[in-house]
Design a protein around this ligand. Structure first.
Ligand code: AMP
Length: 205
């Protein structure tokens, strides 16, 4: 498939997990604005410092910052045959900017009801050595690594509620925007990971 793919859905929908499988299936590199911002934050760059207060509060980072980041990233050689966007675009202005710089061939919307999201996110943990994501209830880590697991700073209940409300007010209108352009495909994200993956793989053939 030519062009880029957008993975779309609320925080905690499983975009990161599904992205890994899509990268394997398509060979397109994953571009996660959240991961890029967290890396900038860890490195202590100016961009990271600017984004920090928004991210920790669960608010969206301003569009011009995000669009600048994407413009730079898309200049890389590996982006030439399309990429997989994860967590971008998140606003209509971001989608408009993207439409001018890249061809989006499909938007995969992973749908999960709000009630499921808070439980998913608040229980989420990461192994800093491998990047693997676990969940205290749904995917417990092996006991030998459990002491090194960390929790994202914005994976607390207050920030999750702010992230969800940002999603509903600023990001979910994009579904209609892409539907009108005929490229929105929806999958049920409220089922076992493997089943979500199977639904997605049917869209990629
Ligand atoms: P994520 O890892 O995708 O959940 O992103 C974590 C946080 O980074 C979000 O809550 C926002 O503060 C910020 N962020 C990531 N991607 C975007 C984006 N496309 N637009 C605005 N803010 C973003």
């Amino acid at each position: 498939m030519g062009g880029s793919i957008v993975l779309f859905g609320p925080p905690g929908a499983g975009k990161g997990t599904q992205a890994d499988a899509i990268v394997l299936a398509t060979g397109k590199p994953q571009i996660s604005t959240g991961d890029m911002l967290r890396a900038a934050l860890a490195e202590g760059t100016e961009l990271g410092l600017e984004a920090k207060k928004y991210m920790e509060a669960g608010e969206l980072v301003p569009d011009d910052v995000i669009i600048g980041l994407i413009r730079e990233r898309l200049k890389s050689q590996d982006a030439i045959n399309g990429v997989l966007f994860d967590g971008f675009p998140r606003t209509i202005p971001q989608a408009e900017a993207l439409a001018e710089i890249a061809e989006v061939s499909m938007v995969i919307s992973i749908q999960v009801p709000d009630e499921a999201i808070v439980e998913r996110i608040v229980g989420r943990r990461m192994d800093p050595e491998t990047g693997e994501i676990y969940h205290i209830k749904f995917k417990p880590a092996p006991s030998e690594i459990s002491s090194r697991l960390i929790q994202r700073k914005d994976d607390n209940e207050d920030a999750v509620r702010t992230r969800l409300s940002a999603y509903h007010s600023q990001t979910s209108p994009l579904a209609e925007w892409y539907l009108q352009r005929g490229i929105l495909k929806s999958v049920n994200g409220n089922q076992a990971m493997g089943d979500v993956q199977e639904e997605i793989s049917l869209l990629l053939v």
